[in-house]
Ligand binder design. Structure first.
Ligand code: HEM
Length: 510
């Protein structure tokens, strides 16, 4: 009797399972998915993706078209590679595609998706964006920090002057300035001074941020083939855990200091930096979703990471491109001499009068967008785009790298030529879909106004104050322009260059 009921029970289970599989099969068969290469079992199309995924994906899109369906392991991925597709994903259906996939990096390095970048679409993320707009990146707050940007820019220019006529690693100088700017704005001080009581040295901190960017963008096998996750075949999870321990030690120290200062100041306390603002918000009983201590740490880390790496990477690419095409230096310096003169440095308010410098920045971001496929998004429900079905939980990549090279949009797209932007009304603020280095729509970079200010001001002053050349043993054509893929895409071999002062000596006594 007992064995009969067991058999009946098992038969019912098998029947139900068969029905589920059949209905899934029928549902999938009915779907009109975008075109794409045939996936292999288990790995899907991962065999077609190289160390530089944006390049492999671009090559595939040339075969399959501007909307393409891939499988990364068991996960569906749809790639948009044209202006029309970028508009569809980031504008028309923005709310549907405003999710983020739950990658290991978000779990291990951002307090279980408690930051802005990796938090899922919902009230917590909406509140975070509101904080960015109202508090952290308001025009007033950014303006109140202009003196910090100016002081740090002066330090950069002094440093370059002192190293003139020697081989310098430009990125080191650039990331120091952006790290100092962002640390003072976000944390209230540099924290990484070379003093004995500093909790981490500047070099160590920059290495931590480089590692964070790399690990946030890598193709971690476990994110595509979940049942292999526990093996950590590439060793990335181990690195993420080690990194997050180091970052947490630093962030704990920052928060403890800020809280102690607030207590000491009592009634007279005024928020001076972004961590102060976040801690005040965390105490607000009217907040829709409680911001916990780990949330404050995660936001703080996002702001430091977002603000440090991206602008340095962009300016390094700009100077590298110019060194390959020195004729453009001349056009920029003609403009700078005419508008600024030779007796002072460029200030942020001058940028509107420097269209050529602006064109160099845009041309650099066209060819070297910091995030070539933006940050992956996730479809929150089934949707149709261009007549194709896109099921819920599909990962979405928008290749701004491919759009920047689309021959239908750009003449000689592979050529670096800032002049193409002169007299053109194309901006980087997410409205002109042919140029989207900061993304567009709800998930667009909230720090873009700060990012663009730092890029333009550093670039303008580097060109104004110095002439640039390659080290004696290197020819223009031999300058290596390879890249590394991560959440940002820096040069594989950091640029080594030589600068010489071009303004009267007294201008350098900053
Ligand atoms: C050159 C400068 C910068 C570039 C090129 C850049 C680029 C980007 C891109 C492409 C995205 C993804 C957009 C999308 O998914 O559609 C993004 C997101 C983000 N960026 Fe930036 N960024 C820069 C500077 C900054 C700065 C200065 C900060 C903060 C201080 C920042 C903080 C963030 C954050 C928090 C997100 C996540 C937004 C979200 O998921 O809601 N970025 N950035």
């Amino acid at each position: 009797m007992e064995s009969t009921s067991w058999v009946a029970y098992a038969a019912a289970w098998l029947g139900a399972l068969a029905l589920i599989l059949l209905s899934r099969h029928l549902r999938h068969r009915k779907l009109n998915l975008p075109p794409g290469p045939k996936p292999w079992p288990i790995i899907g199309n991962l065999n077609l993706i190289s160390q530089l995924p944006h390049r492999s994906i671009h090559a595939l899109a040339q075969k399959y078209g501007p909307i393409m369906y891939l499988k990364f392991g068991s996960h569906p991925v749809v790639v948009g590679s044209s202006v029309e597709m970028a508009k569809a994903f980031l504008k028309t259906h923005d709310v549907t595609f405003a999710g983020r996939p739950k990658f290991a990096a978000g779990k291990h390095t951002t307090y279980n998706y408690s930051d802005i970048t990796w938090s899922p679409y919902g009230p917590y993320w909406r509140q975070a964006r509101k904080m960015c707009i109202m508090e952290l990146f308001s025009a007033k707050r950014l303006e109140s920090y202009e003196y910090i940007r100016k002081e740090e820019m002066n330090a950069l220019l002094r440093g370059l002057f002192e190293s003139s006529n020697t081989n310098i690693l430009l990125k080191d100088h650039l990331s120091t300035v952006s790290l100092n700017v962002i640390s003072r704005m976000v944390l209230g001080k540099k924290y990484t001074d070379e003093s004995e009581d500093s909790i981490v040295s500047p070099d160590e901190f920059k290495k931590m941020l480089d590692e964070l960017f790399l690990l946030s963008g890598v193709l971690n096998i476990g994110d595509s083939i979940p049942w292999l996750d526990f093996l950590d075949l590439q060793g990335y999870i181990k690195r993420m855990k080690a990194l997050s321990k180091k970052l947490d030690r630093f962030l704990e120290h920052v928060l403890d200091e800020h809280i102690a200062k607030r207590k000491a100041d009592g009634e007279d306390f005024v928020a001076k930096d972004m961590v102060d603002v976040l801690l005040q918000l965390a105490d607000d009983p009217d907040l829709e979703v409680k911001l916990e201590r780990h949330g404050v740490k995660a936001f703080t880390q996002d702001l430091i990471a977002g603000g440090t790496e991206s602008s340095a990477v962009t300016v390094e690419w700009a100077i590298s491109e110019l060194l390959k095409k020195p004729e453009f230096f001349k056009k920029a310096t003609e403009e700078l001499d005419r508008v600024i003169g030779r007796e002072r440095w460029v200030e942020e308010k001058d940028i509107v009068n420097l269209p050529y410098v602006d064109a160099i920045a845009k041309e650099t971001m066209r060819l070297h967008p910091v995030a070539p496929m933006l940050v992956p998004r996730l479809s929150r429900e089934d949707c149709q785009v261009a007549g194709y079905d896109i099921p819920k939980d599909t990962r979405i990549l928008v290749s701004v790298w491919a759009i920047g090279r689309d021959p239908q949009l750009w003449d000689n797209p592979e050529e670096f030529c800032p002049d193409r932007f002169l007299g053109k009304d194309i901006d980087v603020k997410g409205q002109d879909f042919e140029l989207l280095p900061f993304g567009s729509g709800r998930r667009m970079c909230p720090g873009y106004s700060l990012g663009i200010k730092v890029i333009q001001a550093s670039l303008a002053n580097l060109l104004h104050g110095f002439t640039w050349r390659l080290p004696d043993n290197l020819k223009e054509e031999d300058l290596n322009m390879e890249e590394i893929f991560g959440l940002s895409t820096p040069k594989k071999f950091p640029l080594v260059a030589v600068c010489e002062p071009r303004l009267p000596p007294h201008v350098y006594s900053l």
